[in-house]
Design a protein around this ligand. Structure first.
Ligand code: C5P
Length: 218
């Protein structure tokens, strides 16, 4: 059982994916956290993240590992837990440039496929290109959307209002444009994905809907 959950930033992918995995007894993989971990390492080691050749050269150095327990998702670089630092604004602002580099994607996608294949009962994998590129044979594919206003309000709320809704909206739109416009496996809805607009739904409603879809295919 492989459940692919894709969509732009702030649509509730992480909360939804973790809850779906926990409800169904499946493993969980946050691929965005992996690109963030790679980006965190690049920034910490003085790599110019706007230079694709420098990023490509350095991409083989850090060892990124992800836990797959939906109740305790954990991400490490070279054995150090970076779950907190990868959510910083610096990392968020730089991650689209790093994730657009084909060498970075090749490494991550290989790891993601191996992780999915090794999951004992199955796995929920969240990202941008899971249904289209990473796991195109996934059993269930979901594409989450929400209006820019709702997404910005959610993200600003997660940051306890430290960044205004307007500034958050700008940053989200910029990141989505970069993620959708890149050449290698851009953010895209797979033709056979079910689109769920979460703007007017609670988390529980979204989770119920996806769990029902999975149960139908079990
Ligand atoms: O989901 P999250 O916001 O943590 O993802 C951070 C970034 O990682 C995205 O903006 C995108 O640049 C990159 N990403 C990606 N492919 C994925 C998951 C995330 O390029 N499958």
């Amino acid at each position: 059982m492989i459940v692919a959950i894709d969509g732009p930033s702030g649509t509730g992918k992480s909360s939804t994916s973790k809850a779906v995995a926990a409800r169904l007894g499946l493993s969980y993989l946050d691929t965005g956290a992996q690109y963030r971990a790679m980006t965190w390492w690049m920034l910490a080691n003085g790599v110019d993240v706007q230079d694709p050749a420098a990023v490509a050269d350095a991409s083989g150095k850090p060892v990124v590992t992800s836990g797959t327990d939906p109740l305790h998702p954990q991400i490490s670089v070279d054995g150090t837990d970076v779950s907190g630092p990868i959510r910083s604004q610096e990392v968020t602002a730089a991650v689209s440039a790093v994730s657009a580099v084909p060498e970075v994607r090749a490494r991550m996608v290989d790891f993601q496929r191996r992780t999915a294949a090794a999951a004992p009962a199955g796995i929920v994998v969240e990202g941008r290109d899971i249904g289209t590129t990473v796991l195109p044979a996934a059993t269930v594919k979901i594409f989450l959307t929400a209006s820019a206003e709702v997404r910005a309000a959610r993200r600003s709320g997660e940051l306890n209002g430290a960044v205004s809704v307007a500034a958050t909206r700008e940053a989200l739109i910029r990141r989505d444009a970069a993620d959708s416009g890149r050449t290698t496996s851009p953010l895209a809805k797979a033709d056979d994905a079910v689109e769920v607009d979460t703007s007017e739904l609670t988390l529980d409603e979204v989770v119920d809907r996806i769990v029902a879809l999975v149960e139908q295919r079990r």
